[in-house]
Design a protein around this ligand. Structure first.
Ligand code: ARG
Length: 266
């Protein structure tokens, strides 16, 4: 009799434990906050639209970071200039868009620790006389307005030089080159090289110039003094440290990332 009583008590205790475990896990996940993340999904392979969905390296990366930090995310394409308005007004929690960490932007916004190494590069039709950044002088160059691509060309040409043709997104800048309205495009190396590879019929090639263009690092863009920064910093570091970053990087680029350069920059 005693034994039966003990067994049934244990069963009740076990059942209660089980129920309470279910309870916590359930409220845990339903209480996960959803963050509003904004992007300019016209920058393959980082962010672009496929069948109405925003996809790309940045999307996979942010999903991993959010999971690590315990958030759900809703990534919405709003366009490049609107990103900065949304973050300034705090209508979005953060932005991902291959955004270079620059001292000017740091005056008005916060960034997480770096997650990607980049550099500007030149896109030209094959056989172009342009072989370096210096050769761009006197030529029409298409850039995405408000990017570091525009900045580096302004450095070469002077700020309001009419040969700098500015576009709302990078795809429009490339279209201008295709249509003969520009002699070159300057944008981030990974984007340019992906375009060349995926569009062989366009007969474009890319030109690197390490003397004219310097290293840049991407960060997630946050409102100034955002409380999310420490949490996201920690999650970015973990994702880079625990191999998740390398997995995503290999999926998109087929090679191992140089995580040491990123870590050195943290
Ligand atoms: N990395 C460059 C910058 O921050 C270009 C980024 C453009 N990104 C985009 N999704 N259109 O200025």
């Amino acid at each position: 009799m005693k034994k039966i009583k003990l067994v049934s008590t244990l069963m009740v205790v076990g059942l209660l434990l089980l129920l309470s475990a279910c309870g916590t896990s359930k409220t845990g996940s339903s209480e996960k906050k959803t963050l509003r993340v904004v992007t300019d999904a016209a920058y393959a392979p980082f962010e672009y639209q496929e069948k109405g969905k925003v996809v790309g390296f940045d999307v996979d990366f942010v999903n991993a970071v959010a999971k690590e930090a315990g958030y759900n995310v809703n990534i919405e394409h709003v366009g490049w200039d609107p990103i900065f308005v949304e973050i300034e007004k705090k209508t979005a929690d953060f932005a991902v868009s291959a955004i270079t960490i620059t001292p000017e932007r740091q005056q008005s916004y916060d960034f997480t620790v770096p997650y990607f190494l980049s550099k500007n590069e030149i896109l030209v039709p094959k056989g172009s006389s342009i072989k370096s950044a210096k050769d761009l002088e006197g030529k029409k160059v298409a850039v995405q307005n408000g990017t570091t691509g525009q900045e580096v060309v302004e450095k070469l040409f002077g700020k309001n030089n009419p040969n700098i043709k500015k576009f709302k997104n990078n795809n429009l800048a490339i279209l201008e080159l295709k249509n003969g309205g520009a002699d070159a495009v300057v944008a981030d190396n990974t984007v340019i090289e992906t375009y060349v590879k995926n569009n062989p019929k366009d007969n474009f090639e890319f030109i690197e110039d390490d003397t004219a263009f310097s290293k840049e690092f991407y960060g997630l863009l946050l409102p100034k003094d955002s409380k999310l920064k420490p949490e996201l910093d920690k999650a970015v570091k973990t994702v880079i440290e625990n191999g998740t970053y390398a997995k995503i990087y290999k999926k998109w680029f087929g090679v191992e990332p140089d995580t040491q350069t990123l870590k050195d920059q943290q």
